[in-house]
Design a protein around this ligand. Structure first.
Ligand SMILES: Nc1ncnc2c1ncn2[C@@H]1O[C@H](COP(=O)(O)OP(=O)(O)OP(=O)(O)O)[C@@H](O)[C@H]1O
Length: 295
């Protein structure tokens, strides 16, 4: 079935000094309009590669991405992106940082309307009193709020979030998760978010897409998240399915770990047999933050 967002047979091969490396292969995922999907998988499996291809920032090797019936061929204002670090102009105010994008995307709108739009989203993220504060004088959490306001102010069809709360302390992280969900109640933007945090994925998503380990990573398993919206943290934590889902997700990741260790060991043996110096057998992947108490 066609989706509002379609990623079909998406693949990425990077050229490396050791030859082409197929990182993502046949990644297929459809998303409904307004849906919130989290992408979870071990570090280095290819999550950012998928997200940056959908953003149009990373050339696609095979397959394609359709956003609202239009195949993408580069970045565009229909997709707003928020990275771990918001990359603001430090000497500019919160307002001017948001206006940078708004002015570009809506050059024909009245100046006062553009300012109203920027102020509206900055207020929604809780920065109504800091519109004229320079980015350099804002805390890390406040800067990330500006990044979120900047993405929403472009009124994108899709929001792409690459670990947007990854650099924040857990209290700020929880606050911003809730801010984001509140804005999404008003602006139902279809959202794809990368996270390493199983609890964050459970709290935020309609579905959680688990990626297999690379190389040739693809969709491994999809979990439907049954919690009602609007979501309240305690209700989510007390939901009878919460710990079963959490356990199944961690189980999937552990299974991927196990497969990786077996593949590493086989590679190690093959190298030894061929007389080449053995490659390090240990997995270089960092664990997913399964036990983080953020939800
Ligand atoms: N430009 C590039 N050239 C070559 N290899 C790359 C390039 N970008 C990423 N890779 C490799 O592709 C693999 C996937 O990287 P990617 O950043 O997509 O993974 P990830 O799942 O988002 O990782 P993390 O969770 O640590 O952010 C990694 O092995 C990485 O080293």
């Amino acid at each position: 079935m066609a989706g509002y967002i379609e990623m079909f047979n998406l693949g990425k091969t990077y050229d490396t000094p050791n030859g082409p490396a197929i990182i993502v292969e046949e990644f297929n995922l459809n998303m409904e309009q307004g849906e919130y999907v989290c992408l979870l998988g071990h570090s280095g499996c290819g999550k950012s590669t998928v997200l940056t291809m959908v953003a149009g920032l990373n050339p696609i090797t095979t397959g394609g991405v359709v956003v609202a019936n239009k195949e993408i061929d580069g970045p565009g204002p229909d997709r707003g992106v928020v990275f771990q670090s918001p990359c603001l102009m430090p000497w500019m105010t919160a307002m001017d940082n948001v206006l940078l994008g708004v002015d570009q995307v809506y050059p024909h709108a009245r100046k006062s309307d553009r300012r109203d739009m920027a102020a509206y989203y900055l207020t929604l993220v809780g920065l109504g009193n800091s519109l004229n504060t320079r980015a350099a004088d804002l805390s890390q959490g406040m800067q990330q709020r500006v990044g979120i306001a900047r993405a929403f102010a472009l009124r994108p069809k899709m929001l792409l979030l690459d670990e947007p709360f990854g650099m924040l302390d857990s209290l700020t992280r929880m606050e911003l998760q809730e801010v984001l969900l509140e804005i999404l109640v008003q602006d139902q933007v279809t959202t794809l978010m990368i996270t390493h945090d199983v609890d964050e994925a459970l709290f935020m998503s309609d579905r959680v897409v688990m990626m297999t380990n690379g190389p040739r990573a693809r969709v491994g398993k999809i979990f439907e998240i049954p919690f009602d919206r609007p979501r309240h943290r305690t209700e989510v934590l007390e939901h009878p399915s919460y710990y079963d889902l959490r356990g199944d997700m961690i189980g999937f990741l552990e299974e991927q770990d196990h497969k990786k260790l077996l593949a590493d060991a086989a590679k190690h043996e093959a190298k030894k047999a061929s007389g080449d110096p053995p490659a390090p057998a240990a997995s270089d992947q960092q664990p997913v933050d399964a036990l983080s108490p953020t939800a």
